[in-house]
Design a protein around this ligand. Sequence first.
Ligand code: CP
Ligand code: NVA
Length: 310
Amino acid sequence: MDRTKHLLRLQDWDTVRILDTIDIAIRLKKEVKNGIYSDCFKGKTIGMFFEKPSLRTITTFQIGMYQLGGMPILLDPKSIGIDKRECVKDIARCLSRWVNGLVVRCFKQDLVEQLAEHGSIPIINALSDTYHPCQALALGQTMAEQFGKDLRGKTVAFIGDGNNVANSLMVLCAKLGMNFTLACPKGYEQKKEEVELSLPSFKKNGGKYRQFNNPKEAVIDADILYSDVWISMGQEEQKNEKQSHFLPFQINDELLKNAPMHCKVTHCLPANRGEEITDSVMDNLQVNLCYEEAENRLHAQKAILWQLLH
Ligand code: CP
Ligand code: NVA
């Protein structure tokens, strides 16, 4: 399988392609009003298969496809009954005869891998338990708009669980020569094999990977603090066990005092206000870029579709 024909995980895309995607996203965002690209996906369709809830991803892929002149088709996972009514192989082969691409939000990363293996259309990972590459590209666009396109040497400090979003942001940083810092309670780090996969890329592109168990230490040299829920979708049963460990890892005004003056904050959303981030930081729109990043999901995903379906 040629992994570059898909977006299964950001590791599969090289630095040049990631930078191109960010450039295309910025251009598409500017051109939206002029309608220059409103016909370029005429006659093209994407399927959208979501096993987990979504506001941003499901809305922005549909609007994005519409803005490019194509049509999204929302598929119903209950009705399809993956591995119950029908096996992945047959689903992938049939969908490949109808749609030009498939956007998938799932629990196991293995599902997007299998769909790519057995189908012949581009598969886009719209979040799995392991990765969220679309979110990472939207952060790349947001940072490029904020700090300029050359992001080498910038530092993203992720305060929270070593989860799917952390994994993809780490890869973005590694590929673009940025530093990635994770601050989390002991035992909630990213999986060792995920970090090891990115270390050569950090080395090649001049960035650093660091891990702290004290959030204050982690924010000292940050350009962006990144927040995400402590309990990801599908982990609800871990809520009681996790919550107390994560309390010191809240992004609040006190923690921000330890960061440089220019430091911004963002969150992939949805946010649990009062848990991983306070109302006060969420509503400080001088500092909080999360709504800009949410807008950029639309443009970054159009750029992903452009790269894979054009
Ligand atoms: N950040 C993100 O993916 O949002 P949704 O879960 O609402 O799609
Ligand atoms: N880590 C979160 C991200 C939500 C966009 C989750 O997987 O639920």
